[in-house]
Write a protein that binds this ligand. Sequence first.
Ligand code: MTE
Ligand code: MO
Length: 308
Amino acid sequence: MRIDDPSVPPASEITPQACYLDRRRLMATGLAASAGLLWPGLAAAAPLSGTPGRYSTSEPKTPLDDVTHYNNFYEFGADKGDPARNAGHFKPRPWAVEVGGFVDRPRTFSLDEILKLAPLEERIYRLRCVEGWSMVIPWLGFPLSALLKQVGPQSRGKFVEFVTVSRPAEMPGQRMPLLDWPYREGLRIDEAMHPLAILAVGLYGETLPNQNGAPVRLVVPWKYGFKSIKSIVKINLVERSPQTSWMKSAPDEYGFFSNVNPDVDHPRWSQATERRIGELFKRKTLPFNGYGEQVAGLYRGLDLRKWF
Ligand SMILES: Nc1nc2c(c(=O)[nH]1)N[C@H]1C(S)=C(S)[C@@H](COP(=O)(O)O)O[C@H]1N2
Ligand SMILES: [Mo]
């Protein structure tokens, strides 16, 4: 490891940071425990429940209709209404997620196995898009760390790379050169192990709608929305900061970290304010999207202007 590279945390910091918020063990409800049995072979949403998780905001939730009809999911087109319009033919079941790279136990997880990794929790999180709007969404999911612990990250696995499914036949946007397909994202290992970072399998008490990233997507609430990659099929532990789709398309506009930051403007617009979907007036953007108390420690000593 290059100790002069501030994007790489000293190895000594990784474990303490990951364990630093002593996560309360939550009991599964009977329904959550049997969620795998309830998962239907249908495209329609099915009921799903989870225990209320800590870290949830008490702010008003964005209406379900907005959460499912104002989306970014370029695989289905670049307009906000395209995902709801075009994702109906996408088949999120059966599904598998391959986890490999620098891990002790590389493994492919079926969707049922993913659902049994940890009790499902409801996490009501703010989601802030880099375009300047935000929502409050009640996700159903569990900490990404539960999956990573199963495979045993090795010390060379300093970063985690995520890859979306490649299905041009079902995803009309992938038949256009909108991005370098498949969509890719990445986190530093200590970010990935943070208890706020979750894999979501549902929202508003049901399995994920296709347009929101069915059947399993990442949610990292302190970063811009594009880090929260949808419809994941591959997770790789890698040694160097992975290339992401947005960095590749516009390296000056999208950095690897992409932490929500009112003081670092996007080259083409300000990030100082945002519009909460459903509200009339703009509100101030909060550092780390309001999760600074939980995550600022991950970036201690890092120049957030340089490492945007
Ligand atoms: N695979 C994939 N994941 C993606 C995107 C995408 O285009 N493709 N868009 C991102 C962006 S820009 C945002 S703001 C969020 C939106 O999530 P939502 O539609 O569930 O609110 O998904 C992110 N995840
Ligand atoms: Mo976004």
